[in-house]
Design a protein around this ligand. Structure first.
Ligand code: BG6
Length: 519
C-alpha cells in the first residue's frame, strides 16, 4: 500500500507525521479591503464568509484588512456584524465558531453599505469608505471587488465601478482586482458581451474568474501527479490510455435554486466550467514553468484542440436526463418538475454526458467521457483513466476477467489517488483479481484540505491567477458546448423524466458509454 501508517487525525500520530512538515506555510495576503457585492446572499454566508473567517483564524489575513458588504438588504454596520456572527455560528466548521478576542477584532474589520446597484452615489459612498479604510485600517489602497450577485447585475456593477472612479486606472495607491463568480455568461454571446464590459474597465491581469473546482486540493494535485513524477507521463498518451471518464455526480437536487437552474441545466452549470477544467488538467502538455500564464496557455491549447461537435452529431456524442421522483438515502424526494420554481413541463436537463476528443498528437483517438448530474445515487467527483488491455494473456483461469489498469483521481468525497492493477490470488491456481493501491490525503498527510474558497480568496488577495480561468479559455469552453446546447434547447426530450432520483442516471448514458464506473 502507498498509504502511510499514520492515523488521520489526533494524537501523536498526527504530530509526528513527517508528511505534515511545512503544510501551514506563511501565505499572508497583501493588506486590502474586500468589497462583497451580494453580501446578503447565499454564497456569502455559506462559503465566502466562513472562508475569510477561517483565513483570519489561521493567521493568514494581514493586519490591514477590511471587509465591506455592499447589497440591497438594509443593515447598519453593527447589524451586519451581528448578521455575520449568526451566519458563522451556523456555517463555520466546528471548532471555529466566532468567539472571544479574535472575533471581536475581526468584527471591527466589518462594515456595510446598503446599496442600489444602479445608483452611482452609492458607489461614490463606497469609494469614500475605502479611502477612509486606507487611512484608518491600513488597507494600503488595495481593493478586491468580489461579485457574488446574480450574474445579471455583473455588467451594471462593473460599469458603476468605472463611473465612480473605482477602476484600476483611478487607483494611484494600490491594486484593484475584480473576482467574478460563475456563470460567466449564459451562452457564448452573453459571455462575449460580459467580457466586453469587463475589459472596458479591467485588464485581464486584474480579473479573477472563479471556478471553485480549481481550488480543490485534489484538483491541484492532478498537475503534481503528472509533472512531479516520472512514472506517469511516459504512459500518459494514446499509446497506453484507452479512455478517460470524468464524473461529477451529486445526490442533492436543485435545492431552492429553481429560478436559476431551470434556465441553466447541467451542461451550463457543471460541464462548461468545472468538468471541462478537469479535462484540461488531464490533457494539457507540461507547462514550461509554474507561472500562471504558462499553465493557462496549456489549458487554452487543450480547449483549442477539442473538436467542436457538428449539430447533426450531437445526439450521437451526448446523453441528457432529467430526474423524476425517487428516493435518496431511503427518503422519498420529488421529481425535478415538482421542484419549486421549475416549469411543470420543463425540458431542462439535470444530467448531462458528453464524449469529446482532443485532436492532438498525444490524444488522437482517445475518448473523453464527461458526466454530471443532480439527484444521482451519491455525491462523487473523480477522474478515471483507463489504460489499454494487456496484449497477451499469460495468467488467469479462462473465466477470470482481466481488467485493464485504472488510475482514479478522487476529488470528492474521498480525496486521493487509487491505482487498480491485477494480482495473483494466493493459492496453487493462477487466479487473477483486481486490487487497488490507495493514497488518501486525510490519512497520508494527517490533514484535511481547506475548502476551495479559502485558497481562491487568498490567491486573489496575493495576486496569483493560476487557479482562475482566463477569458480565452472561457470563450473556448462556451464554443465547445454551444452546439450541444443549441440542439438540446431546440429539441424537446419526450422521455423526460428518464431517471429516478437516487439512480445512476438515464439509460441513454449507457448507450453513449457502457463502461461508466458505478456511482
Ligand atoms: C456549483 C453549481 O458551481 O457547483 C452547483 O452551480 C453545484 O449546482 C456545485 O451543486 C457543486 O460543487 P461541489 O463543490 O459541491 O462539488
Amino acid at each position: 500500500m502507498l498509504e502511510t501508517a499514520v492515523p488521520a487525525s489526533g494524537g501523536d500520530g498526527e504530530r509526528l507525521n513527517p508528511l505534515r512538515a511545512g503544510i501551514e506555510s506563511d501565505r499572508i495576503t497583501d493588506p486590502c479591503s474586500i468589497v462583497l457585492f451580494g453580501a446578503s446572499g447565499d454564497l456569502f454566508k455559506r462559503m465566502l464568509l466562513p472562508a475569510i473567517w477561517s483565513l483570519r483564524m489561521r493567521g493568514m489575513l494581514p493586519n490591514g484588512f477590511a471587509l465591506i458588504g455592499f447589497a440591497r438588504t438594509k443593515y447598519s454596520d453593527d447589524e451586519f456584524r451581528e448578521y455575520c456572527r449568526e451566519q458563522l455560528e451556523q456555517f463555520a466548521p466546528d471548532g471555529s465558531k466566532p468567539r472571544g478576542e479574535l472575533w471581536d477584532t475581526f468584527a471591527r474589520c466589518l462594515g456595510y453599505i446598503t446599496a442600489d446597484f444602479k445608483q452611482v452615489a452609492h458607489f461614490e459612498q463606497l469609494r469614500e469608505r475605502l479611502d477612509e479604510n486606507d487611512k484608518r485600517a491600513g488597507t494600503g489602497g488595495n481593493r478586491l471587488f468580489y461579485l457574488a450577485t446574480p450574474p445579471s447585475v455583473f455588467p451594471g456593477i462593473i460599469e458603476m465601478l468605472h463611473r465612480a472612479d473605482l477602476d484600476p486606472h483611478s487607483n494611484e495607491h494600490g491594486w484593484t482586482r475584480v473576482v467574478i463568480e460563475k456563470p460567466f455568461g449564459i451562452d457564448l454571446e452573453s459571455a462575449r458581451a460580459l467580457q466586453k464590459t469587463v475589459e472596458r474597465v479591467f485588464s485581464e491581469h486584474d480579473v479573477y474568474r472563479i471556478d471553485h473546482y480549481l481550488g480543490k486540493e485534489p484538483v491541484q494535485d492532478i498537475m503534481a501527479l503528472r509533472f512531479a513524477n516520472t512514472i506517469f507521463e511516459p504512459i500518459w498518451n494514446r499509446n497506453y490510455i484507452q479512455s478517460v471518464q470524468i464524473t461529477s455526480a451529486e445526490s442533492i437536487g436543485i435545492e431552492d435554486r429553481g429560478n436559476y437552474y431551470d434556465h441553466a441545466g447541467a451542461l451550463r452549470d457543471m460541464i462548461q466550467n468545472h468538468v471541462l477544467n478537469l479535462l484540461a488538467l488531464v490533457a494539457m502538455e507540461p507547462p514550461a514553468s509554474s507561472d500562471a500564464d504558462a499553465i493557462r496557455n496549456e489549458k487554452f491549447k487543450v480547449f483549442s484542440a477539442i473538436a467542436r461537435p457538428h449539430h447533426e452529431d450531437v445526439m450521437k456524442m451526448s446523453a441528457r436526463g432529467q430526474y423524476g421522483p425517487g428516493s435518496i438515502d431511503g427518503e422519498k424526494v420529488p421529481g425535478y418538475r415538482q421542484e419549486p420554481d421549475v416549469a411543470p413541463q420543463s425540458n431542462t436537463e439535470t444530467f448531462a454526458a458528453l464524449r469529446l476528443g482532443v485532436d492532438s498528437w498525444r490524444w488522437a483517438g482517445v475518448p473523453f467521457y464527461l458526466r454530471s448530474g443532480k439527484r444521482l445515487a451519491k455525491k462523487i467527483s473523480e477522474i478515471a483513466v483507463t489504460f489499454k488491455p494487456i496484449p497477451h494473456r499469460l495468467y488467469g483461469e479462462s473465466t477470470d476477467a482481466i481488467e485493464p489498469n485504472m488510475l482514479v483521481v478522487k476529488i470528492e468525497p474521498d480525496e486521493g489517488v487509487a491505482l487498480r492493477f491485477e494480482a495473483k490470488v494466493p493459492g496453487p491456481k493462477s487466479h487473477i483479481r483486481s486490487v487497488s493501491m490507495d493514497f488518501n490525503y486525510g490519512t497520508g498527510f494527517g490533514f484535511h484540505s481547506p475548502p476551495a474558497y479559502e485558497r481562491l480568496l487568498s490567491d486573489a488577495m496575493r495576486g496569483d491567477q493560476t487557479l482562475f480561468t482566463r477569458w480565452d479559455a472561457v470563450e473556448l469552453a462556451w464554443e465547445i458546448i454551444m452546439p450541444v446546447l443549441d440542439v438540446w434547447e431546440n429539441t424537446k426530450d419526450f422521455s423526460f423524466p428518464n431517471y429516478a432520483a437516487g439512480d445512476e442516471g438515464p439509460d441513454t448514458a449507457l448507450t453513449l458509454f457502457a463502461d461508466w464506473r458505478r456511482l
